[in-house]
Design a protein around this ligand. Structure first.
Ligand code: ADP
Ligand code: ASP
Ligand code: MG
Length: 473
């Protein structure tokens, strides 16, 4: 029988109240005759705090690291106490204590050595999902569900690129069939931590920040699930980040292609890699709100539905750097750009946007600590300057193809803002440009006001806006 993969993000499992809400949502699916497989993130902010603890320990700040761990220990114990009746507390409480004893042992070791490797960082940070998934399994069982904990590291096999490991889809598919499908067939509810994996040798890895969405998609692909549901703290994919633009509207349906662009260019609501396993198997992805479970969310499907508005959503990606290379004679000579990109490859740095002229080439990259080394290598080919604190705004919509005057409207809406680089994707479903990081919120709001005045009601949920308008009448 086909499973439905339900992934709950950090805010959906942040405390006992949220976990109980999540349990109700999953039980609702079981009541409808569906077979859920649940993927959970660490409780909200736990990943950040584990990273901070590892970093402190790596600098030799033993007490600082242990203090963070002690706070997390209390939070997990308190949540467990609030979720389970006293009689069921014993084993889980002592297990939580043991897990934190292991974390503290690693932190002590790290601070003695004063060095943090990516491999140990992964080990420390993996505890977030390891803890949440066990705790949630106990809570679900206590609510009467036939939930079974599955260590995600037995299913999600990756390479050894710590911090952002690449999953091995073929092996994962085999493991999903071996470990998860029999549980689904037996009417049990497997619960796995997202984000974490392991190499074939059994070394713990992680899939990169926000990677629990990716776990859900890999499991969905491996099980050929009927749907992959990403449960979060907003009503779905919105026309802009609602934290930046409070009047953002829910997008009812969006294509895989459009969602992938949005995710890649900064819409945190979905991890960019989530789309691929779903596209390959043509599994619909839904983005839903665990605080408003009745809402129908956003449906991501293979084909774009016709939309009369040019854009579906606006994404923004911050913390970028523009690198300018000026090489008056060489630039357009044969093989020059190849030499440039080989240097980016050597430093494992991905480029988001490129623009070239006869004498110069500008590229944008994520700001990172390796930039000085990268620039030093590039300076063998050209005069190099780089400038950080830049951001990319990406306007996405399948309907910009062949529409006249769209670019003029975009740049008119932000005429008061300085634009550094511009690009329109070859697939013609996005229009992107670089601005200063400080201008992002203002730019997103201005663009939203310009392009979502009269939204297509088949694509966007305009009920909230209508309610506001009727109050003003
Ligand atoms: P989770 O912990 O559930 O994975 P995230 O914090 O990773 O949740 O993603 C949800 C957040 O993404 C929202 O709270 C919202 O602020 C942000 N976000 C950014 N862009 C968008 C967008 N276009 N639509 C919806 N949410 C967005
Ligand atoms: N807990 C991880 C993070 O915060 C993974 C996730 O939640 O998707 O990045
Ligand atoms: Mg997320």
């Amino acid at each position: 029988m086909k499973a439905v993969v339900m992934k709950f993000g950090g805010t959906s499992v942040e405390d006992a109240v949220a976990i109980n809400r999540t349990a109700k949502i999953v039980q609702g699916r079981i009541d409808q005759g569906q077979r859920p497989v649940v993927v959970v993130s660490a409780m909200a902010k736990v990943t950040d705090q584990l990273l901070a603890a590892a970093k402190s320990a790596g600098r030799g700040d033993r007490n600082g690291a242990l203090a963070i761990s002690a706070r997390l220990r209390n939070r997990h114990c308190d949540t467990s106490a609030a979720l389970l009746p006293a009689a069921a507390q014993g084993p889980i409480q002592s297990w939580i204590q043991q897990e934190f004893d292991s974390i503290d042992e690693i932190l002590r070791g790290l601070s003695a050595v004063g060095e943090l490797t990516l491999r140990t960082n992964d080990m420390v940070v993996s505890f977030g999902e390891r803890l949440s998934s066990r705790l949630i399994t106990e809570a679900f069982r206590n609510q009467g569900m036939n939930a079974v904990h599955v260590d995600a590291r037995t299913v999600i096999v990756t390479d050894a690129q710590h911090g952002k490991a690449t999953p091995d889809s073929a092996l994962i598919e085999a493991r999903c069939q071996q470990y998860l499908q029999p549980l689904v067939d037996a009417g049990q509810v497997p619960i796995l931590g997202g984000f974490i994996g392991s190499t074939v040798e059994g070394v713990t890895t992680t899939l990169g920040r926000g990677g629990s969405d990716y776990t859900a998609a890999l499991v969905g692909g491996g099980l050929e699930a009927e749907a992959i549901e990403i449960w979060t703290d907003v009503n779905g994919i919105m026309t802009a980040d609602p934290r930046v633009c409070p009047d953002a509207l829910r997008v009812k349906t969006i294509s895989f292609e459009e969602a992938a662009e949005l995710a890649y260019f900064g819409a945190k609501v979905l991890h960019p890699a989530t789309i691929l396993p779903a596209v390959q198997k043509n599994i619909p992805v839904l983005v839903l709100n665990s605080r408003n479970a009745q809402n129908e969310g956003t449906r991501i499907t293979a084909l774009a539905t016709h939309c009369s508005s040019p854009f579906k959503s606006i994404a923004a990606k911050k913390k970028l750097t523009i690198i300018d290379l000026v090489a008056s004679r060489m630039l357009m000579s044969h093989g020059y750009l190849r030499a440039v990109f080989e240097i980016f490859d050597k430093h494992k740095t991905a480029v988001d946007m490129v623009s070239t002229s006869e004498v110069s080439v500008s590229l944008t990259v994520d700001s990172n600590e390796q930039l000085p080394e990268l620039a030093a290598d590039l300076s063998k080919l050209a005069d190099v300057t780089y400038e950080g604190r830049k951001a990319l705004i990406c306007m996405v919509g399948g309907n910009i193809r062949g529409q006249n005057g769209i670019a003029a409207q975009v740049f008119h809406a932000i005429r008061h803002i300085n634009v550094r680089m511009i690009s329109q994707g070859a697939a013609e479903i996005n229009m992107s440009f670089m601005i200063d990081e400080d201008d992002v919120d203002e730019a997103v709001r201005s663009l939203h006001a310009a392009f979502f005045v009269d939204p297509d009601p088949d694509i966007f949920d305009i009920t909230a806006r209508k309610a506001i308008e009727s109050v003003h009448l």
